[in-house]
Design a protein around this ligand. Structure first.
Ligand code: GDP
Ligand code: CA
Length: 326
């Protein structure tokens, strides 16, 4: 089976790990392509950083810091301390020493003129990930946030500054993905979506992870046009964004933090949206009829990804809801 996942960082990584685990157990001939958000990417201290791609790479490689939730396990921060002394980079954005190795390798390839997708191919070749990671685009189309500053006036800042430095606490007015109009999908992205047997939308941030992937010209149309069933998994459980601040993003675009509202935001393909089905959390089972009324197939299932068994079971439920397995 050819499985394509659209994903952001940490939620996406947990989900993809579950898809890989399910496929290993029950569908070992499957191939898994992951189209990954690049809207969070940035230039920091002269280096190109790609947080969501790295979260997935480290998680699938088993070198991620499970406790902290991001970055490499056994990380040290000596270089970052030096950079801070010199006032280089973002003092509120710590780059671990091992992580910096990846950023230096990536940046050196980019400076040789290679596209991001080739850099990703080279970085991920180090580990037997069992999935192919595709950046949504090779173009730099970074998410910026227009915020209402409580001290007065409106400001625009890079998504990382809003998210990491301000913990999404400054009220966002809107998101802007600079230059996305000129971006094109990275090589392999449209084929991965168009030729898939099933497309899975990970339980990632609907606005700044999935929304930014779909905003790359051509990707939304590819999802709308694929012959494969498209299934989304709710990142909202019991009316709250688990392990994150996704509600701050949803509020900014006028969508309630509720599983049915997010489903309605994506919309049914039959009504101009991108989904055929929506997997709800069992805590939100009362919303089944509301989601059906949106023109989506739906079902309630356990959506907490606690370990490899719960994540694999979730992947199985998503693939089954797509109708491609019994
Ligand atoms: P980021 O790029 O690191 O912010 O990660 P993503 O955009 O991929 O995912 C963040 C979202 O994942 C959060 O808003 C959560 O709602 C969702 N999430 C995290 N853990 C879980 C989980 O165990 N189950 C489900 N259903 N969603 C989760
Ligand atoms: Ca992210």
């Amino acid at each position: 089976m050819r499985i394509t996942v659209i994903a952001g960082g940490v939620g996406g990584a947990r989900f993809v790990r579950g898809v890989r685990e399910w496929a290993r157990r029950e569908s070992p001939d499957s191939t898994i392509d992951v189209v990954v958000n690049t809207g969070d990417d940035a230039w920091v201290a002269g280096l190109r950083i790609t947080p969501d791609l790295d979260s997935i790479m480290y998680t699938l490689a088993g070198v991620n810091d499970e406790q902290r939730g991001w970055g490499r396990v056994g990380e040290t921060e000596r270089v970052s301390a030096e950079l801070r002394e010199w006032g280089v980079g973002w003092p509120w954005f710590t780059l671990g020493d091992l992580d910096l190795g990846a950023h230096i390798a990536r940046t050196s390839w980019l400076r040789e003129g290679l596209p991001l997708s080739t850099a990703v191919e080279r970085l991920t070749a180090r580990w037997p990930l069992g999935v192919r990671l595709l950046p949504a685009t090779d173009a730099e189309a970074e998410t910026h946030v227009h915020v209402r500053d409580p001290e007065g006036g409106d400001r625009v800042m890079h998504f990382q500054e809003w998210w990491t430095r301000h913990r999404a606490a400054l009220p966002a007015v809107r998101f802007e993905q600079r230059g996305v109009e000129q971006a094109v999908p990275a090589p392999g992205v449209l084929e991965a979506i168009g030729d898939a047997d099933v497309v899975l939308v990970a339980p990632s941030n609907p606005v700044v992870s999935i929304g930014t992937v779909l905003a790359v010209p051509g990707i939304r149309d590819a999802v709308r046009g694929t012959a494969a069933p498209v299934v989304g998994v709710s990142p909202i459980i019991g009316g709250a964004a688990v392990r994150g601040m996704a509600d701050a993003c949803l509020t900014a675009i006028g969508v309630r933090t509720a599983a049915d509202a997010v489903a309605g935001h994506y919309g049914a393909r039959s009504r101009g949206g991108v989904l055929d089905s929506w997997l709800l959390a069992e805590e939100d089972a009362a919303l089944v009829d509301d989601v059906r009324a949106l023109g989506l197939r739906t079902e309630a299932a356990p959506l907490w990804m606690r370990d490899s068994d719960t994540s694999a079971a979730l992947a199985r439920d998503a693939v089954r809801l797509a109708g491609v397995i019994d």
